[in-house]
Design a protein around this ligand. Sequence first.
Ligand code: FAD
Length: 281
Amino acid sequence: MNANPFSEKRFSFEFSAPKSEDATRRLKKVHDRLCEFYPHFFSVTYGAGGSTKDGTRQAVLDIKQAGSEVAPHLSFGGDSREKVERLLLEYKNAGINRIVALRGDAPSGMSSSGNLIHADKLVTFIREKTGDHFHIEVAAYPETHPESTSVDSDLKYFKQKVDAGANGAITQYFYNADAYFRFVDSCRKLQVDVPIVPGIMPITNYRGLVRFSNNCGAEIPRWVVQHLQTYENDPESMKSFADEVVADLCRRLLEGGAPGIHFYTLNKSMPTIRIWRNLGL
Ligand code: FAD
């Protein structure tokens, strides 16, 4: 029997907070299906893409209740310190011990992110209020955060989040493994030693992906775009090409030393499962 070469790696699955009862029911099914793969934890976004924050809280508590480890995403996002503290304590009392701490983005239509509170401040706040209870992860950007003025300043602020008390990081998605390896090298040179887990986005909807990637600064390599364009009216070829590209990326990352993979599941089970199988996990 072949031993799984990645058995020591850590895999996690991200959900977007559901926005309706129907979406909540569907997400439960996706959660149950993905449980078969024994993820390290599930995470649930907070206020992303206009989702309700209450939807996050409820989804997090439901996942915990179902017996899975769960990491709520959290940001100040205009809320008072008291409100954020109450939520932290509710999570703590529910036995949740992970948090993904973020700044978040301004709601679409509002261009300025100037009033948003940076993630390093949230990490400091969580440590102040709950000590070492939570394992805190923050966001990292191998291709540099789109609002950053330079690679160096982005690295400096990333280090600031870790110095404030983050235990690890999950990256924005990317399709260029070299960007990840260089980013990790740069962090290590700055004595940032926490695990940096690549966030991986399955490719399911070519046009949606291009739009989203333009906003969040993720580059889709030209050769990938050209293949996706070619297969736009051939869903089966598109699916098998996309799955293979993403599985190859995951394999390269894991073989190159990435501590695991965080899958952006898009609240569907099959895109992640296809990559999982392609990887032979
Ligand atoms: P920050 O770390 O605050 O950085 C934002 C920008 O400001 C960067 O350019 C950075 O270089 C700079 N900066 C950082 N600190 C400082 C400082 N102290 N002073 C000056 N400049 C600074 N969004 C959601 O709305 N909800 C979610 O649930 C969500 N989940 C995510 C999960 C992951 C794994 C990732 C990678 C992203 C997620 N996002 C989510 C998107 C994220 O909120 C955006 O990318 C946002 O623009 C930046 O968030 P951040 O936590 O990285 O911010």
